[in-house]
Design a binder for this molecule. Structure first.
Ligand code: SF4
Length: 402
């Protein structure tokens, strides 16, 4: 990790800036922060030491302009050169946060491509007004990696209109310092719910110096802000796009139909698929029904695809009833015997445990389905009972019941 501040200083832009810690830190030192100046580190990105090695070593995440705003008007004269330096270092990853996303096009090099693969931009929105102002602009811009940061979160916000595959994550946090505004836990959990619904990863970064939990406000010392947020264990991960060594777990799509029909009609595969339809029309309906489905709605289905060709190899069925998530897996016979079912479930299960803490994970397996029993046992599931009505054995992931 490296920090690169090509310029320093800033101006308050909106409500979230009121207690900006950079202004407070400067005031404590008797300095001023609202004068923007080019820093002595301006060309640090391209500087080399006596041996010719880059001063900022390759392979790092560079936090850009964390003591300013990259899109400040005062920096317009320097920004084109900064972009050129960024482009000259594809061996690094860059992240900058801004409250001025409407200025993204100012001083952008004329030949700026449709986004830079190694640059992530995070737009900061502190309330609904700023979200509705900044996020429509943000979503229309040619940026490859987009994050939304709701810090300091000043009120309940509804971001559902802006959350889709384009947004790689939402980061939430409260305000820190003296005389700050409180953060309410239900604002945070409501935004988490929106992120789960949209399959956008959610991170609760820090609680804020005034944290209202279950209606009771408490003060939290600066050094515990992040640890207190971590304690809540409410961060989420993407479920509908998971990469493993050989696979990608993704949504089913209509282009998968022929493969789905082919393996579901195969007698070896259909043997344990009780009640599952095999004709093309019914399976097309199943794909359509599951394309936009979410687990919280009761059930969903994930495609298991080859990591290189993206061609379908199987699917995972997930059903949520009360506090239990039931998993089922079907793999095309051509993909049997390679450990792919274990690889797919081994990637999905940790995400389910993280996104749905307190839920029990279960599998219903016919007693004669020895391969599935071996698979789920190897994944840590243990036999609990025989469900007469379903003619299945119930396996539960050990240690998951809470
Ligand atoms: S934009 Fe960021 S750095 Fe600038 S005043 Fe606001 S909070 Fe501080």
């Amino acid at each position: 990790m490296a920090i690169w501040d090509p310029w320093r200083g800033c101006h308050r832009k909106s409500e979230g800036c009121e207690n900006c810690y950079l202004f407070q830190a400067a005031e404590r030192k008797g300095e001023t922060f609202d004068v923007v100046s080019r820093s002595e580190d301006f060309d640090r990105l391209t500087r080399r030491d006596a041996k010719g090695n880059a001063c900022i070593k390759p392979g790092q995440m560079v936090y850009l302009c964390f003591r300013s705003d990259f899109l400040l008007p005062e920096a317009d004269a320097w920004r084109a050169q900064a972009w050129e330096m960024i482009r000259s270092r594809p061996d690094l990853d860059f992240l900058f946060l801004t409250k001025r996303i409407e200025r993204f096009g100012v001083a952008l090099p004329a030949d700026y491509p449709a986004g830079l693969e190694h640059v992530t931009v995070a737009v900061s929105v502190e309330n609904q007004r700023r979200a509705d102002e900044r996020l429509p602009v943000f979503k229309a811009l040619p940026i490859v990696h987009k994050l939304i940061t709701v810090q300091p979160m000043l009120e309940r916000v509804d971001l559902s209109a802006y959350l889709d595959e384009d947004i790689e994550g939402v980061v939430v946090g409260g305000e820190s310092g003296k005389d700050v505004r409180p953060l309410h836990d239900d604002w945070v959990t409501d935004l988490r719910r929106q992120c789960l619904q949209a399959d956008v990863p959610f991170t609760f970064r820090q609680v804020g110096s005034r944290f209202v939990q279950d209606g009771v406000e408490r003060k939290v010392a600066r050094q515990y802000l992040c640890a207190e947020a971590r304690k809540t264990k409410i961060d989420t991960k993407k479920l509908y796009h998971i990469k493993t060594e050989r696979l990608v777990i993704r949504k089913l799509r209509l282009s998968d139909l022929d493969t789905l029909v082919s393996y579901r009609s195969d007698p070896a595969c259909a043997r344990y698929q009780r009640g599952t339809k095999t004709d093309a029309q019914a399976l097309a309906g199943l794909i359509t029904a599951h394309e936009a489905s979410r687990l919280e709605q009761g059930e969903t289905r994930l495609g298991i695809a080859d990591g290189h060709s993206n061609s379908l190899l199987g699917d995972i069925y997930l059903a949520m009833r009360e506090k239990t998530i039931t998993l089922g897996i079907t793999l095309s016979p051509a993909a049997w015997g390679k450990g792919l079912a274990r690889e797919a479930l081994g990637a999905v299960i940790p995400v389910l445990r993280q996104n749905y803490p307190g839920y029990e994970l279960a599998a219903l397996i016919e007693p004669e389905n020895a391969a599935s029993i071996r698979l789920f046992t190897a994944l840590g599931f243990a036999f609990t009972e025989y469900a007469e009505k379903l003619r299945s054995q119930v396996y539960v992931l050990a240690g998951d019941a809470q």
